[in-house]
Ligand binder design. Structure first.
Ligand SMILES: CSC[C@H]1O[C@H](OP(=O)(O)O)[C@H](O)[C@@H]1O
Length: 365
């Protein structure tokens, strides 16, 4: 997508033989900065510290991390070390493990001298495929927004609530949950987005709002706890969110707070959609609740906030009572029964094992 008129992906090859450049998402929305990754450990750190985040973006970064490892040392030992280290960076987004395994499959049976070129090629394929997959998710999701628009009175806008950031910053381009919104806006539909701020890392207030503002999509940032009230007041026509790992039965792991939004949507008969690429489906998990690993992050992300002072400085301040403990589970799992439908690159399906297998018949045992 574009930032100040210039098109960007979230990741691209740097100068020279072995460097990768990523947008440093910890600096947004106040500063556009990039970070150059030269070693696989740089990619691991960027994922772990959320310089890059969002399941597909994490996968793309890990894929390039494997390239950086091979540029240093194309041995089997390096392959295994880098794969293990990258996979351990964050536990919930399955795209991370998927991408590393894809890279291993692309190079491990090749002679050492051929591995690096094959790795760069596979990493580029993963990125290019993600762009096209997200574009297709957008096209399928657009139909849902058009259906919602058809139910509105003339002149009424479609109000959509989203949680966290599942836009182009979470992917390589386009995004998952936000792709249909961009397409609806570009098609001239009158859409407005309620943007959950998404405590504690504020991916909504900082990243989704940055994205939507940059694209000219009307939006309003709201406190995470406002969503239920907005739905109860009839101010939300549909919810659409991303996911970091979806189990084979349609249970979805997503940013903490998603489950609560799904409960409110269910209670108010608001359609609740989850947008995802096939790379986010974990076919090995028959169910997600109680099974998808939930990342526990530092309590300091809850007790402290980073923002811009009135005179433009970026500062971190404590917002909690000193000495109090803080818990920070970074994801929750929404049971499939609360999900109206899954929006994938192959189409829209019920959040169920059968629904997914109808779209991905090659996965039938
Ligand atoms: C399209 S995946 C986006 C997904 O990733 C976010 O988590 P994080 O920012 O911690 O990487 C969030 O769960 C989004 O829905």
């Amino acid at each position: 997508m574009k930032i100040d008129g210039t098109h960007y992906r979230t990741i691209w090859r740097g100068e020279g033989e072995a460097s990768v450049v990523v947008i440093d998402q910890t600096q947004l929305p106040f500063r556009f900065a990039t970070r150059t990754l030269n070693r696989w450990q740089d990619a691991e750190e960027a994922i772990r510290t959320m310089v890059v985040r969002g399941a597909p973006c994490i996968g793309a970064t890990a894929a390039h991390g494997m390239c950086l490892a091979l540029a240093e040392d194309a041995s089997d030992e390096m392959l295994e070390t880098a794969a293990k280290g990258l996979k351990a960076a964050r536990p919930t987004a399955i795209n991370l493990m998927w991408a590393v395994d894809e890279m291993l499959a692309a190079v491990r049976n090749r002679p050492r001298g051929e591995r690096l070129e094959a790795a760069w090629a596979r990493a580029a394929e993963i990125c290019d495929a993600d762009v096209e997959i997200c574009r297709r998710i957008g096209a399928h999701g657009l139909k849902l927004i058009e259906q919602a628009a058809a139910r509105k009175k003339a002149g009424e806008r479609v109000n959509i609530l989203t949680h966290c950031n599942a836009g182009w910053l979470a992917c390589v381009d386009w995004g998952t949950a936000l792709a249909p919104i961009y397409m609806a806006h570009d098609k001239g539909l009158d859409v407005h987005v309620w943007v959950d701020e998404t405590r504690p890392r504020n991916q909504g207030a900082a990243l989704t709002a940055f994205e939507l503002g940059g694209h000219g999509v009307p939006h309003t940032i709201v406190a995470d706890n406002a969503g239920g009230h907005l739905m109860q007041a009839g101010l939300v026509d549909l919810c659409i969110v991303g996911t970091d790992r979806t189990a084979a039965n349609g249970d979805v792991a997503n940013k903490i707070g998603t489950y609560l939004k799904a409960l409110a949507a269910h209670d108010n008969d608001v359609p609740f959609y989850v947008a995802l690429p096939y790379t986010t489906i974990d076919w090995t998990l028959p169910k997600g609740v109680g099974a998808i690993p939930i990342e526990d992050r530092s309590g300091e992300e809850v007790t402290h906030l980073t923002g811009r002072t009135a005179d433009g400085r970026i500062e971190t301040v404590q917002v909690s009572a000193p000495g109090s403990a803080a818990g920070n589970p970074a994801f929750d799992v929404t049971p499939a029964r609360l999900v109206t439908a899954l929006v994938t690159e192959r189409g829209v399906c019920p959040a169920s094992a059968e629904g997914l297998l109808d779209l991905y018949p090659e996965r039938r045992g």
